[in-house]
Design a protein around this ligand. Sequence first.
Ligand SMILES: Cc1cc2nc3c(=O)[nH]c(=O)nc-3n(C[C@H](O)[C@H](O)[C@H](O)COP(=O)(O)OP(=O)(O)OC[C@H]3O[C@@H](n4cnc5c(N)ncnc54)[C@H](O)[C@@H]3O)c2cc1C
Length: 493
Amino acid sequence: MSYGFRDGGSARAGAAEAGIGRREFLNGALVAAVGAAAAVPAAAGSAEPSGTASGGPPAFAVSTPSPSASTPDRRGQDNTKTYAENLRTPVVGRYQVIVAGGGPSGVIAAVAAARSGAKTLLIERYAFLGGNGTAGLMTCYNGFRNQRPPDALQTVKGIPAEYIAEIVRLGGVADSVPYAQTEHDVPSGDLSYVVGFDAEAAKVASLNLLRKEGVALRLHSWVAAPMLEGSRVTGVIVESKSGRQALAADIVVDATGDGDVAAWAGAPFAGPAAQGDRMGMSLMYQLGGVSRETQEATGGIRVGDRVVLWGPSFGGDALDVENLTRAEVETRLKLWEQVQAMRKRPGAAPVHLAQTATCIGVRETRRILGEYMLTEQEAIRGTRFPDVIAISSNPMPSYRGRRFFFEHEGFDVPYRSLVPLRIDGLVLTGRCISCEQGPFQSARSMAPAMAVGHASGCAAALAAKGGVAPRKLDVKALQKLLLGQKAELRIPA
Ligand SMILES: Cc1cc2nc3c(=O)[nH]c(=O)nc-3n(C[C@H](O)[C@H](O)[C@H](O)COP(=O)(O)OP(=O)(O)OC[C@H]3O[C@@H](n4cnc5c(N)ncnc54)[C@H](O)[C@@H]3O)c2cc1C
């Protein structure tokens, strides 16, 4: 049994996951080459300088800044120039539950909604599922239990555990991860703090679970706006190669990570900018041709001879498309140079850049304000709530500059944090739920995000089938349903 940051590898992982303050942990010879520029994250909330790290060719011109760039909320008031669109959008489908976004939280939410008896559609902008775990190549699910004792309780079970079992069945569990933790037997369902995985297996595992529950799936579809009747969300508008279409729903689950549906419907939200402590973006990547000896220096998440690592970071607003474009351009150029430099080191010639993430990983954008705002102190104290629907035991990875471990087995996430203020017909899930930044840092990790997804899917199904507003939902009935589906709530079934 081992725990704590007794070796460099785990400390490195903690800092890498936080997206800040990595330099002090990147001391290995090979790592120094890979991580040198990556260890200089952007100042939180500040604009990044343009151009490559080496002062090479001139910077890319990103698209011309628009007057509305500073008002990413589509209801922003900057109307210096507008184009009036006359839209009549065909309604091409009707569902009891629509889940917008196929990340870890959305996939589990869709499975849960369908299993709970709702006709369910899952919509995803990419060509595959898994969100930041696959598109962002962030291939370790953290937070199935506390990373350190007290860790006897596996806080994430139910459908998320079934999902991990499917990854195990597909042979998709990683050989090693760079986190210190107590030992558990993942194949038997006794999940450790972290489960590393192969991204391709994760994509297939998601499809298998959804197919088994009969969830309808729509890929390549960008949720562009909510359908609204007053302040009630009645579906979503999607843009795709098929054009602009409307999909109606009794209840929509916002699983976009960024809270797109909720914000565009007019729900109030908190952003990190005001505090200036935004968790940065990072480009994950995979090296191929890595021997076991080489991996000792690189760390990372290993599957065979491939290792996934944390790459260059970038600051600023991840809801500003121009900043996102700069982030992709600069981190990719920087990473290429780093890997080429690394390959010149003795013994590293076979190593190569096998893959970069489909998109840079976004840690923090909106947190939608809900019926309850879970506080930092409640997370630290491990406050229990009568309307608990999930537990988060993941540490807070960059709490006042360090990885903060809970001295309890996890804090409760109340159902009220899933219900947005002012807006009806909508349930929140994943990293946009209503909480302060501290609990956000913890619960945004993918295991608790999946547990919250389990609850949001069940809540949406109950609300849709009962014709009840999520705000008025019988929480005891929701808890009973979740316990019946083997979720861990720390209350008797
Ligand atoms: C660099 C980095 C490192 C991290 N490290 C770890 C780690 O080690 N372990 C861990 O557990 N967690 C880690 N996290 C956190 C974790 O990956 C995320 O917080 C988590 O994935 C959130 O899950 P989600 O389902 O809410 O959102 P996401 O994973 O972001 O999924 C949202 C999904 O919705 C889709 N979507 C978004 N907007 C739209 C739209 N408008 N229309 C249609 N589809 C849309 C996206 O394509 C995506 O599939 C890390 C995050 C980052 C960025």
